[in-house]
Write a protein that binds this ligand. Structure first.
Ligand code: OXD
Length: 317
């Protein structure tokens, strides 16, 4: 009797075919690859699926996936995959080493947008005004506080240090991290916020970090400081943020992520001149960058070896 081939479901609303093309089983092994762009398409095959390679895979389908043992996430965060519905038998794997390079350019780009006063000079240009009396500020010597100093945070730290920024960080334990001058325990978050010119949120969303940047955290920041959120919208109390921006308790915010995406048209953040809104693009997933991670783990899975980059269920990331 012929052995059943392991079945992979590539779940991605926009790019399932492009991801499927990058899947390569090791020589001598074959797999069946199914594609789905919608929950209904996935539901039609999920009963047969051993492996999900997915972006925002619908949590309700876990219950209909008796064969599923491994879910490789196609993004930086795993919060939408790591849900209460996740059966204990399913392993989630992350994709480290991919997003830091993108996100460090995003962070440096927007910090420079602030210090080089790009908006102001462009506005002056539109009025044909020579604004020679206004100088840019320096990033060199400015303090960047990374809330989250994991795989992505460390790459951002290196990029920031390369332009002479002072980099401090916040993590759960306060344990030292290479390339970060000082690491504060999350219990001392406000101390880090109080000395930062730029605060970058790049921490996973877990029950412990939800709402971490609340009204008191925003009040701890300098009135000249900028908040950059490239983690998850729910890390920040949005009502408190809108209030802090309106009252200019902080100088501004660059926001790439929101509790509701797309950001609803009527949301007050759209209209604040000190809020920059970008559409969740700071760390894009691309099939070619994720393929080596997926294919390496596929070879391991097929050989019955332990997978790399497994999410720790206790920590939630
Ligand atoms: C994410 C991502 O996980 O953009 O949000 O990769």
């Amino acid at each position: 009797m012929k052995a059943r081939r392991p079945a992979i479901l590539v779940y991605n609303p926009d790019e399932a075919p492009a991801y499927a093309r990058t899947i390569h089983a090791p020589r001598g092994r074959s797999v069946t690859v199914h594609l789905a762009a919608t929950e209904a398409e996935a539901a039609a095959v999920i009963g047969e699926i051993d492996i999900v390679y997915g972006w925002k895979f619908p949590a309700s389908l876990y219950a209909k996936a008796p064969r599923l043992t491994w879910h490789q996430v196609m993004g930086a965060g795993v919060d939408w995959a790591f849900v209460p519905e996740l059966p204990p038998s399913v392993v989630i794997t992350r994709a480290p080493g991919v997003f830091g390079a993108w996100m460090s350019e995003y962070v440096l780009g927007w910090c420079l947008w602030v210090t080089q006063r790009m908006e102001t000079y462009r506005a002056a240009q539109r009025e044909q005004r020579w604004l020679g009396e206004l100088l840019p500020a320096r990033l060199r010597g400015a303090t960047l506080a990374l809330v989250g100093v994991g795989d992505i945070g460390r790459v951002i730290a290196r990029a920031a240090a390369s332009v002479g920024m002072r980099v401090i960080g916040v993590n759960r334990s306060g344990r030292r991290v290479p390339g970060v001058e000082r690491v504060y325990r999350v219990a001392h978050l406000h101390r880090a916020l109080a000395v930062a010119d730029f605060v970058v949120l790049v921490v996973p969303l877990t029950p412990q970090t939800r709402g971490l940047i609340d009204a008191s955290a925003l009040a701890a920041m300098r009135s000249s400081a900028w908040l950059l959120n490239i983690g998850r919208g729910a890390l920040v109390d949005e009502v408190a943020l809108v209030e802090a921006l309106r009252a200019r308790h902080i100088a501004g915010a660059v926001l790439d992520v929101f509790p509701r995406e797309p950001l609803p048209a009527e949301h007050p953040l759209w209209r604040l001149d000190n809020a920059v809104i970008t559409p969740h693009i700071s760390g894009p997933s691309t099939p070619d960058e994720l393929a080596p991670i997926f294919n390496d783990n596929l070879a391991r899975w097929l050989a019955g070896r332990p997978l790399r980059h497994m999410v720790d269920r206790r920590r939630g990331y």
